[in-house]
Ligand binder design. Structure first.
Ligand code: UD1
Ligand code: CA
Length: 455
């Protein structure tokens, strides 16, 4: 099958009014990726060689987004929404290039798996002209029914056009189908619109192909993989299913999730074996974690690279550009942004490290802050290997602290510190014997005098 060329036509012109959104429906995200991009990924995995995106509602926004998630896709604008067959024909120019297989998919069916698409394509390789992907929803109302006779698919009847008998059929049209490229345009051009909705139904090509004596078959996909999204409740349902699949995949690949249902993955999260993720951890986009790391509870991580055997959290926030080398430690209530924490360095408590490098084995005390921003520009802080920064220090960038440099706690450091130097950036302590008691007595008598006046 891999030799056969394949054009994926993804229909995404619909308005999606039930999302109640200013944004086109198919751009709403699952695991941080627009749902239509999930469909593109499935098409790619099923061996697509060309991609046509049919858009209409919010066309400009869609084109812009497509440049990111499907830069190779050709976009076609369907000006009027006259039905699914009409939508496919918007991509006529692409279809006429002569592909072996045409895969039609909906942009609002994000959980479709590559296996179901490949199974439909396999039927074409075996000689079918049309292979429809069917499924068995718990409640078939609203779906097109697959009408079969003698093991062959003879028609797809839309709910509104069904007889009472046909409404009892539980095997439904998931919406996706594979059509032999050599027949596709001819079959589509024969579709008319004399039906209950007055639309040009893609599903009509089943009867048309049958009448021509061509072979038409149905394959079966899981209910989940055919789930269509119309509103935000269904979006959340799809998110839940996606997360469930991903958690399972992570665990089967050797990652321990102590409470899997509380860990949220992004579409692109990478985690190595023997990493342990504690409950309530959120992964935003762009996270790569090697093996043997431990991510403690309630950590929020995005755009970060975490090497093997690192220790992160609890309550750590790693933002884009955080790069933790082997055995680095970023502890509770620490935020790291655009900074490298070298091997074995420790950033343990209540700290902000931004635009910085923390050298191997360095130790930053509680409350260390890199002051990286003056309201206009960002500046870099370089902390040398083995340096020690005492608690509650402000490191005002640009700044270099040399190897083995030692910063007294409570310092505001504004000038670079050479290797092995000790720097204080605070007033010296003064201790006045007996003055504490004297002060207390003075305050007490002042308060008593005030009270007498009030009486
Ligand atoms: C369609 C199927 C139905 C199937 C169901 C599965 C047809 C005629 N019916 O019905 O058999 O059970 O999906 O969910 O195909 N679109 C366009 N342009 C148009 C019309 C639709 O781009 O002119 C796009 C929509 O944005 C959507 C998809 O095609 O992504 C499906 O259209 P929709 O109107 O939702 O079809 P259904 O009535 O759900
Ligand atoms: Ca629909």
């Amino acid at each position: 099958m891999s030799q056969r060329s394949c054009l994926s036509v993804i229909l995404a012109a619909g308005e999606g009014t039930r999302m109640k959104s200013a944004m086109p429906k198919v751009l709403h995200a699952i695991a941080g990726l627009p749902m239509v991009a999930h469909v593109v990924k499935a098409a790619e995995a099923a061996g697509e060689t060309g991609l046509a995106l049919v858009i209409g509602h919010g066309a400009d926004e869609m084109k812009k987004a497509a440049q990111k998630f499907a830069p190779k896709a050709e976009t076609f604008v369907q000006d009027k929404r006259l039905g699914t067959a009409h939508a496919v024909l918007a991509a006529r120019e692409a279809i006429s290039k002569g592909y072996d297989d045409i895969l039609v998919m909906f942009g609002d069916t994000p959980l479709i798996d590559a296996g179901a698409l490949a199974a439909a394509r396999q039927k074409l390789a075996e000689g079918a002209a049309v292979a429809v992907i069917g499924f068995r929803p718990p409640n078939p109302t609203g779906y097109g029914r697959l009408v079969e006779k003698g093991g062959r698919l003879v028609a797809i009847r839309e709910e509104k056009d069904c007889s009472e008998e046909e409404k009892k059929i539980g095997f439904c049209n998931a919406g996706m189908m594979a059509v032999a490229g050599k027949h596709a345009l001819r079959l589509l051009d024969k579709v008319g619109n004399s039906n209950a909705k007055g639309e040009f139904y893609l599903t009509d090509i089943v009867e048309i192909a049958g009448a021509e004596g061509l072979d038409v078959v149905a394959t079966e996909a899981s209910f989940e993989s055919a789930l269509g999204i119309n509103n935000r409740a269904e979006l959340a349902e799809a998110e839940g299913i996606w997360q469930g699949r991903r958690r399972r995949e992570a665990m089967l690949s050797g990652v321990t999730l102590i409470a899997p249902e509380t860990v949220y993955f992004s579409h692109d999260t990478e985690i190595g074996a023997d990493t342990i993720v504690e409950p309530n951890v959120w992964f935003g986009p762009g996270v790569k974690i090697a093996s043997g790391a431990r991510i403690h509870a309630f950590s929020h991580i995005e755009g970060a690279t975490i090497a093997s055997n690192c220790d992160v959290g609890p309550f750590a926030r790693l933002r884009p550009g955080a790069d933790l080398k082997q055995k680095a430690k970023v502890g509770n209530f620490c935020e790291v942004k655009q900074a490298t924490i070298e091997e074995g360095a420790k950033v343990n408590h209540l700290t902000y490290i931004g635009d910085a490098r923390v050298g191997a084995g360095a130790n930053l005390g509680a409350g260390t802050i890199t002051c990286n921003y003056d309201g206009y520009s960002k500046f870099f802080t370089d902390i040398g290997e083995g340096a020690f920064v005492g608690s509650n220090s402000s490191l005002v960038a640009p700044l270099t602290i040399g190897k083995g440099g030692y910063i007294a706690s409570g310092s505001v450091i504004t000038e670079s510190v050479p290797d092995d130097a000790l720097a204080f950036g605070r007033a010296r302590q003064k201790t006045l014997p007996g003055k504490g008691r004297e002060l207390r007595e003075r305050f007490a008598s002042a308060a008593a005098a005030k009270k007498r006046v009030a009486e």
